[in-house]
Design a protein around this ligand. Structure first.
Ligand SMILES: [Zn+2]
Ligand SMILES: [Zn+2]
Length: 328
């Protein structure tokens, strides 16, 4: 079971958020059939998004999306998390296989690439526009990129530790910690914290030798760590895809293409890119789509369907250049 812990240290000067995400990262690896290098990049980003949700969000319905688009062969990694502990995510190239670094560690930095950008989007449900900010990548190792994002974009000084440890192709340990310096934090306390972080070494190594709470006590040694969530908040890999959304995706195909799906395959398989879930949509469901839709007479792009406007504002132009006109 994956879980998240919150705590404080240094008389409230340091905020601690930590997660053991071993189970959910291994589920993500299985769902996406990811190699260790791709799985490590995905696992760090999933964990980072869960921690960021607790740093940045206030409303339980809000969500944060973290996207790293680097120039490496991974082709990008994205994760989406909320305060409810649910997270989902994917990498563009889950089959990527890279030789480990000389020190034996998975080369996430090279997979992601150090040139590109990190984007963090906060969406406020059910109302309000999403708020997005982006910054150049620093190393592509994910943790550093999130820490620098927090410092430059949010003026939040923090240390971010993220790790995914593989054994025999499966995730044996995964987790992360954010140590956030709150305004007015004592300088001596922050100096001690930095020394403790250096002394800890690799996060997943520490998590393999002892419990997550004990790791936090080591990180906050001499800073009177106080755990605020004794039982831990449950975390899980969870997607919001559904049969209805899969059918929506099929609606974008033209009636001719859909007829072909029915005639040749008797239906269509829709794979959710967020979670890898495969859904078979049968012929009857596909046939039910016809009727309530209005399409461009030129290029048959879907304009409108069953009460949901896809592209209906006046002066809007279709992909083919034709002005959109809906019949009254
Ligand atoms: Zn899904
Ligand atoms: Zn058109």
């Amino acid at each position: 079971m994956s879980y998240l812990l919150r705590g404080i240290a240094a008389d409230g000067g340091i905020r601690v958020i930590a997660a053991d995400t071993t189970a959910l990262v291994d589920e993500a690896r299985t769902r996406h059939r990811a190699t260790p290098t791709a799985g490590a990049a995905l696992g760090r980003t999933l964990t980072g998004a869960l921690l960021l949700a607790h740093v940045l969000l206030k409303n339980p319905q809000d969500r944060v999306t973290v996207s790293l688009r680097g120039d490496g062969p991974l082709g990008g990694v994205i994760a989406d998390a909320g305060l409810d502990g649910e997270v989902r995510g994917y990498v563009k190239n889950p089959q990527l296989s890279l030789r480990p670094r000389e020190d034996g560690k998975l080369d996430v930095g090279r997979a992601v690439g150090s040139s590109g950008e990190i984007e963090v989007i906060r969406s406020h449900a059910p109302y309000g526009d999403p708020y997005s900010s982006s910054l150049e990548l620093v190393t592509g190792e994910v943790a550093e990129d999130i820490a620098v994002f927090l410092a430059r974009s949010e003026q939040i000084n923090s240390a971010v530790l993220l790790g995914v440890y593989f054994e025999n192709g499966t995730v044996a340990k995964a987790g992360g910690v954010v140590l956030q310096a709150l305004p007015g934090a004592d300088e001596a306390a922050l100096t001690l914290l930095e020394a403790n972080i250096r002394a800890l070494g690799q996060l997943t190594e520490a998590m393999r030798r002892t419990s997550l709470v004990a790791v936090l006590e080591e990180l906050c040694w001499g800073l009177s760590f106080e755990l605020l969530t004794p039982t831990g908040l449950p975390l899980s890999f969870s997607c919001r895809c559904s049969e209805a959304k899969a059918l929506d995706a099929i609606a974008f195909f033209s009636p001719v293409e859909r007829d072909r799906m029915v005639a040749e395959d008797g239906g269509a398989e829709v794979v959710c890119h967020w979670c890898g879930e495969q859904r078979w949509i049968g012929a009857d469901a596909i046939k039910s789509l016809s009727g309530d839709e209005i399409r461009c007479p030129e290029c048959s792009t879907l304009w409108y369907r069953q009460g949901q406007a896809l592209m209906v504002r006046e002066n809007e132009t279709c992909a083919c250049g034709r002005p959109v006109r809906l019949p009254n």
